[in-house]
Design a protein around this ligand. Structure first.
Ligand code: WTA
Length: 682
């Protein structure tokens, strides 16, 4: 990523809302409702629809009583005085409370029978299994907390974590939280340049990484990628790097893998650091409720990714209560969330939520299809997984691979299936329920965002009927609405913008370093309510059906990608003058990424350049962001004021005729030229 190009400015929400209402019907193919299986409902925390309604009403009418009761098992060193102080756009929850989140996730479990219970069971892609009990996890977190203190890291300092799926990524996050530092986990699939930009934005003092991680039989050289990122002066804030040795020194490694080099003054071997730091304290830093816990960068519709900032007490309350109710967690569960810790789902539902409940979490290092499409099902069988939380894109890939893969394994331990990250099409929902859940397990679709911190819309598994493709009803404390561009509620079944009308504990507190952007992006578009950026409708039973983004954010295989980031990566290539990125519906990925580029005078188009450009985006952002199709154009369609008309490009990418208003299009000939382009030039 280099200089961001002018973003697409404020999304046109009127046309977005219209677009949302137009695209909905094609998804409604399954009309059945599925009542919670009685064996599940009988034991569930909330086993009746009326109980859900009662708790929901209480959460809105008497939030004080609701949150005090529901967080009673968490550790607050000082109780809160005021449940909520709300001064648009800033919410302060549980004001007056003091805490350290790690005491709720770790210390509180040590006094009782959970002490020697597995907290994390990790399976490496290469097959080895490591279990950390709560006592062991606590010990590791304390050891690294001392190490961080030895490096001079204290409350409020930023620490970047760039690791693969390894239990010590959770240790790193918790160790930061223990000393009051703000972690920013950067997904290991991001390229060094993207890591550098995130480090530069929050001026991280320390980077925690690992030598390498296995992915689909290959080693990802994470430490070397950190070296590349830190070579730039933009990352000069970093004065120490902590390196976990994930690779077994005695194992045979691929020949092309270069051993890690350590820079003497800067780089510290994780375990050496912990040894050196024995004299430091591992006491949890007790912080006020609103103390920042982490920054997680996510794509917005304009410019560089935003550093979404989350707080301590509110975030903890949100992830704790949702983990407890949505997954109906019980002491004996083996809970597996397949997300990566680099995304919000990994933060909330691998680390903080389940650990705050004392659950046993499974973590898997590698790819779902390594060595074959049976890997997930073999993990479920071998570890006796009871709750599985995964993404529609994975489910669709499993569907395509064939039912014989799950059929070969005993999946009878499963009792609950969850879905997250993108709309789940009814076909995938039904397949998940049948082929994976044996028609025995409730399937819960959960809608939420990096910014919301925790699950917002869901059908509680024991209490509420599920409708395949619908993300259900609001969770406790959440007051959603569907509105038009003026903020007026729309009728049932009419499409519009999904907004949240009142603050909730785990909501985003600000955008790191840019409070104005925070206010403008989330609260100014529709008169002071939180705008999600998603289009949705509510049916006459009150169920929400989320269609997808109405702004310029794409969801490609469950990865949130901003078109502006793709475009700025493309224009940083010497051949490109202008670029526009749009999504095209894709059966497997949900959306595929199509880019239109105009080239400098005299540059030849062709498949070689198309793949070079796709490669270039992969190099700037990470492989997951590589365009699926690159199309060359003489010019891009623009309005008279010079804005790229993305709606038209979307239609062209999808092979649809454009029906929108073309009156503002500057040069209509551009459109016919674009249509004439052959699909698949990339
Ligand atoms: C989309 C991931 C439909 C949505 C937790 C949202 C969903 C964006 C669902 C947030 C769902 C997430 N049904 N769409 N169940 N869950 N989304 O920040 O467009 O990576 O705005 O958070 O994913 O993506 P993010």
């Amino acid at each position: 990523m280099t200089t961001p190009i002018e973003g697409p400015s404020t999304p046109d929400i009127r046309s977005s809302a219209d677009a949302a209402s137009q695209t909905i019907d094609c998804r409604l193919k399954e009309e059945r409702r599925f009542t919670p299986p009685s064996a599940f409902a009988e034991r569930a925390r909330v086993g009746l629809r009326e109980e859900y309604e009662k708790l929901y009403r209480e959460s809105l009418d008497d939030p004080e009583a609701f949150w005090r009761r529901e967080t009673a098992d968490l550790v607050f060193r000082k109780p809160w005085k005021t449940t909520l102080e709300w001064k648009l756009p800033h919410a302060a929850w549980f004001v007056g409370a003091e805490l350290n989140i790690t005491e709720s996730c770790l210390d509180r479990h040590l006094a009782g029978p959970r002490k020697n219970k597995a907290a994390i069971i990790w399976e490496a892609e290469t097959g080895e299994v490591v279990t950390l009990t709560y006592a062991q996890l606590h010990r590791e977190v304390c050891a690294l907390a001392r190490g961080l203190r030895w490096l001079g890291v204290g409350a409020g300092d930023r620490v970047a974590i760039y690791m693969g799926m390894h239990p010590f990524a959770a240790v790193a996050m918790l160790a930061c939280a223990r000393v009051g530092a703000i972690h920013t986990v950067v997904f290991g699939g991001f390229a060094p340049e993207a890591l550098r930009d995130r480090i530069a934005d929050c001026r991280a003092k320390v980077v925690i990484t690992q030598d390498a991680a296995w992915r689909r039989g290959k080693l990802i050289p994470l430490k070397r990628m950190v070296d590349d990122a830190l070579a730039s002066p933009a990352a000069a804030s970093v004065d120490a790097v902590v390196v976990l040795r994930r690779l077994d020194a005695t194992a045979s490694l691929p020949q092309d893998f270069e051993p890690v080099t350590m820079m003497p003054e800067r780089d510290h071997d994780w375990s050496d650091l912990c040894t050196k730091a024995k004299g430091e304290t591992d006491e949890a830093a007790i912080v006020p409720s609103e103390h920042p816990l982490f920054i997680l960068y996510t794509s917005g519709s304009t410019g560089q990714p935003k550093g979404v900032l989350h707080s301590s007490a509110g975030y903890l309350a949100g992830v704790h209560v949702t983990s407890k109710y949505v997954f109906d967690l019980r002491e004996e569960d083996i809970y597996w969330c397949t997300a990566d810790v680099g995304w919000v789902t990994g933060h909330s539902y691998i680390v903080y939520g389940p650990l705050s409940c004392g659950a046993t979490c499974l973590m898997y290092e590698g790819a779902p299809n390594h060595p074959d499409w049976g890997r997930f099902w073999s993990i479920v069988e071998r570890h006796g997984v009871t709750i599985l939380y995964t993404a529609p894109t994975a489910i669709r890939a499993f569907m395509r691979a064939g039912r014989e893969w799950p059929d070969r394994h005993d999946l009878s331990t499963l009792r609950l299936l969850g879905s997250v990250g993108e709309p789940i099409n009814p076909e995938a929902w039904m397949w998940y329920r049948d082929a994976v859940g044996g028609n025995r397990c409730p399937v819960v679709d959960t809608w939420w965002q990096t910014e919301t911190g925790s699950i917002m819309l869901v059908t509680l598994p024991g209490a509420v009927d599920a409708k395949p493709g619908s993300t259900g009803l609001p969770f406790f404390g959440v007051e959603p609405a569907i509105v038009d561009s003026n903020g007026m509620p729309v009728a049932d079944n009419a499409g519009g913008l999904l907004v949240i009308k009142r603050p909730w504990p785990s909501m985003i507190r600000t955008v790191w370093g840019d409070d104005t952007r925070f206010h403008k992006q989330y609260f100014l578009e529709v008169g002071g309510v939180y705008v999600t950026g998603d289009g949705a409708r509510r049916d006459s039973d009150g169920y929400y059906w989320v269609v997808g983004r109405v702004d310029d954010v794409l969801n490609v295989a469950g990865h949130r990608i901003g078109t502006a980031e793709i475009e700025s990566a493309l224009v940083s290539h010497p051949s490109v003058v202008e670029a526009a990125a749009v999504g095209r519906p894709d059966e497997l990925k949900g959306q595929a990424l199509v880019v239109f580029v105009t080239l400098r005078h005299g540059i030849e188009t062709g498949p070689a350049l198309a793949s070079e450009l796709a490669e270039h985006v992969g190099h700037c952002l990470g492989k997951f962001a590589r365009p699926d199709t690159v199309r060359f154009a003489d010019a891009l369609p623009k309005t008279r004021s010079g804005k790229i008309m993305r709606r038209l490009l979307k239609d062209i990418a999808a092979g649809r005729a454009s029906t929108g208003d073309l009156s503002t299009l500057e040069d209509l000939t551009v459109l016919s030229q674009l249509r004439d382009l052959q699909e698949g030039e990339g």
